[in-house]
Write a protein that binds this ligand. Sequence first.
Ligand code: ADP
Ligand code: ZN
Length: 528
Amino acid sequence: MSSAHSVLHDVFGYEHFRGPQEAIVQHVIGGGDALVLMPTGGGKSLCYQVPAIVRHDTGQGVAIVVSPLIALMHDQVGALHEAGVRAAFLNSTLDWQETLDVERRLSRGEITLLYAAPERVTTERFLDLLDGLHQRGQLSLFAIDEAHCVSQWGHDFRPEYRALSVLHERYASVPRIALTATADALTRADIVERLQLQEARQFVSSFDRPNIRYRIEEKKEPLTQLLRFIEREHPEDAGVVYCQSRKRVEELAAALVDAGLKSLPYHAGLPPEVRQQNQDRFLREEGIVMVATIAFGMGIDKPDVRFVAHVDMPKNIEGYYQETGRAGRDGLAADAWMAYGLQDVVNQRRMIDESPAAEDFKAVMRGKLDALLALSEATDCRRVRLLAYFGEASEPCGNCDNCLNPPAVWDGTDAARKLLSAIYRVHEASGLTFGTGHIMDIVRGKDTDKVRQFGHDKLSTFGLGAAYSEAQLRGVLRQLLAIGAVGLHKVAMDNGHSFDTLCLTEGSRPVLRGERPVQLREATAHAA
Ligand code: ADP
Ligand code: ZN
């Protein structure tokens, strides 16, 4: 009879469990359900592999591991084979004969761990197989990896995960362990509900990645800023630069090559063979900078990625955390660097507004975007904010930009009120709404054709904020958008295009009345 420790030692060659692994393993071996939140690299796999082996060796049959990532399945099954464990997978890469073969071995009880894609697990054919095993008491465990995929609030929703609730309904006595490296409170609650894990014990590890230094700066000239960051701090290092669009990926990758860096593009629009080739080079060669959309990264385990840069703001903190988490898996110092700007906020807001989703869904997405913007605009420790978002209290880290160089704070309340009254006045005067540039021109009292054309130099707010720089006003507007004190209103133009204009919202009122202060980073406020 094998105990957890001897499996850890004899099969995996490790001396000790790490962090909460032991508690999780014992709980699952004992037949309990578990929800495990552990950062990338924390050692989630052993949390179900060890119980699977122990339960199999005590006559309880096979463990089914649900995983969405084919590449990861192959790696893990390969590693288990090397360790002498009878593991197999079922996914779309197998032909009919191979599938039959795995199914046969499964019903004969010859497999300890079976990895399968979620859409496979919930087919009638597969459930029939599980029924047979279950009746003979040969179904030992369900492990659901990347469990956040079940939630539409998560950052990688996969509808086929929804059907996994059938596992509990059909095989209530079989223990289940769900695992994820990224889930805020809302996503977590959704996982519990969707997978019916109300009775499961939750094991929440610290999400802190102390070796990652978080830095967020305002976007002025993104290419120059990025080059300065890489050339000064990571001239020879491997890193990933995330962009929002495929077009930007290609432009930026080319620009980095022009600047003498070994840079490659990666996005879902490239031919599969090019993607594969670029990914292989990133993994094998030294010092490649991969410029990519979020299509890049899942399941790619390169320990010595020294930096992750975002030249555009991601959608939410979960995405940001997942992407930055790909830096420094080897535990050595690494940088997470981001540049963000007003246009990012406008773009992300628009994507949410224009999506066909239900209104309550959009409200949640806006809330998540605001949380990321609040992190970006924060004047206190980034890590404290980041961990707080995942429900973890901590002390200032001493290793983020704000801890190392505390930014001075600038009170933008007055500027905010002036911007809001300009937005109000132009609408009151003409029933029209205008874009950010024009509103700022009015507040600063600039004499432009457009200002004259609409007679906006006659408004009482014209020139009231002449003392503010454009950068200051831009910073204030970004905050106002973030906190929902300014809304976006789309205006169609004759040429078929449309552009975003600014309007007041319910949230404008407390700011206009001076009840809600608007604080900015001084560096942001006074930047050219
Ligand atoms: P995750 O899935 O949480 O990202 P993995 O399960 O891939 O993490 O584990 C990350 C790395 O840590 C792997 O190389 C694994 O072999 C190693 N590891 C996990 N648990 C232990 C342990 N108890 N002792 C030593 N190494 C471990
Ligand atoms: Zn800090």
